[in-house]
Design a binder for this molecule. Structure first.
Ligand code: FDA
Length: 378
């Protein structure tokens, strides 16, 4: 029996899309090497055994896209519920809808504003800063000081463990403010959650006799078995591939404190942000609210996860690129190395050092298959 024709490193959304297309479209035998003991990368979810509630182990994952090709593709493997994401924020013992919209503004300033009045209010308050020199000033120039101090300052300080006055202005380009009562979090054409869960969806992508998923396999410890023998698509961390020879790329990570609580409803919504700095976590996820259609969830128990951000060390799960000036210089050096690495294509969130939503990871994988793999295998 012939060995695999292609090795894919990482069984996340990116790696699985590449593997699925290469197996089903080009008939290749694909080995997917995955360091963790489960498929799906950060989109993985599992059933909490005491409650039967589906828990997203790496934080709430909401699927949304306006890309028709991506939507058609993912619907081959799963149907989606009609879930629409909405987020609330607790701030100084009151609760408001996010992103900032007319409901937030009326609630926060304690009176009725028409859309035009609210626009004039925010324009006046944001005129305070002309030439922003740091993140705080940039945020004020976008939404004005009162809304910044309520909804952005504490949250950002906790996210970065840094005073926003010491963070660069270019960390944010926009802060959405809606002058309607529309409180939907995403404005994409398509949105929903996989009807029978993320893991069922992602397992179906790999369910093909030509795809072999090897869990618990760190490519970097077995690379000699693969390098130079078969083409490799690598979606692990870029700096780790090159043994950190240009220095480490900075990442932020999250710690989740997950708990079963003896109530049928802890907070009344799927995600509650905590804007105040004296509360150590940034958000609480309550997973049952992601699937209001699931009638079998228990009436008297629920699962919550408090989220604590921090900078990642080498042993931590890398989640969000820090993307400081130093990282950008290193990234340029790594990109040059990656371009010249024979027989290896780099992709995905970790392999490109770029935060990707799931639909972006699918789109990037389909593009890589079209542009780089089809000419050889198609
Ligand atoms: P991903 O990280 O998922 O997969 C990479 C895989 O490679 C991992 O399984 C890893 O173990 C493996 N790997 C790494 N090094 C390896 C090695 N040396 N050998 C073998 N395997 C190795 N998106 C969205 O659309 N909606 C959302 O709500 C969210 N929410 C969200 C929250 C948080 C906290 C994060 C971090 C991310 C999201 N996302 C998201 C993004 C979503 O998780 C993202 O699309 C995927 O992570 C991208 O898929 P990848 O396959 O590129 O990476």
């Amino acid at each position: 029996r012939r060995g695999p024709d292609l090795a894919v490193v990482g069984a996340g959304v990116f790696g699985l899309t590449v593997a699925e297309r290469c197996a089903r479209e080009f008939g290749l035998r694909v080995a997917v090497l995955e360091r963790r003991d489960h498929i799906g990368g950060n989109a993985y979810s599992e059933i909490e055994p005491r409650t039967g509630i589906e828990v997203h182990r790496y934080g709430s994952h909401l699927f949304h896209t306006s890309n028709e090709r991506v939507w058609e593709y993912v619907n081959r493997f799963t149907a989606f519920t009609g879930y629409r994401h909405r987020v609330m924020s607790t701030c100084r013992r009151r609760v408001y809808p996010l992103p900032v919209n007319l409901g937030t503004i009326c609630g926060y300033f304690g009176r009725v504003f028409t859309p035009d009045e609210a626009r004039a209010l925010v324009a006046g308050q944001s005129a305070e800063v002309r030439d922003p020199a740091n993140l705080e000033e940039k945020a004020i120039s976008l939404i004005g000081r009162p809304l910044y101090e309520a909804f952005v300052r504490g949250y950002t300080a906790k996210q970065w463990r840094t005073d926003p006055r010491d963070l660069p202005a270019d960390l944010i380009t926009r802060l959405p403010v809606r002058y309607t009562f529309d409180d939907r979090y995403f404005d994409d054409v398509h949105e929903g959650l996989p009807v029978d869960g993320y893991t069922a969806w992602l397992t179906r992508m790999a369910d093909d006799p030509r795809i072999e998923v090897r869990l618990g396999t760190d490519f970097l410890s077995v690379r000699e078995e693969w390098a130079g023998r078969v083409p490799i698509v690598y979606s692990g961390p870029l700096d780790a591939y090159f043994a950190y020879r240009e220095g480490e790329l900075g990442w932020r990570t999250l710690d989740f404190e997950t708990e079963v609580r003896p109530t049928g409803d802890f907070q009344g919504c799927p995600v509650m942000n905590y804007a105040d700095e004296d509360i150590p976590y940034t958000r609480i996820h309550e997973f049952r609210h992601l699937h209001p259609e699931r009638r079998h969830y228990p009436p008297d128990r629920t699962v919550i996860a408090r989220e604590y951000p921090r900078f990642a060390g080498r042993g931590d799960e890398p989640y969000y690129p820090v993307n400081a000036r130093r990282d950008r210089a290193r990234l340029t050096a790594y990109r040059r190395l990656a371009k010249n690495e024979p027989g290896v294509l780099f992709g995905g969130r970790l392999g490109t050092y770029k935060y990707l939503d799931m639909h972006m990871a699918v789109a990037a994988a389909l593009t890589l298959v079209d542009n780089r793999l089809r000419p050889h295998f198609g």
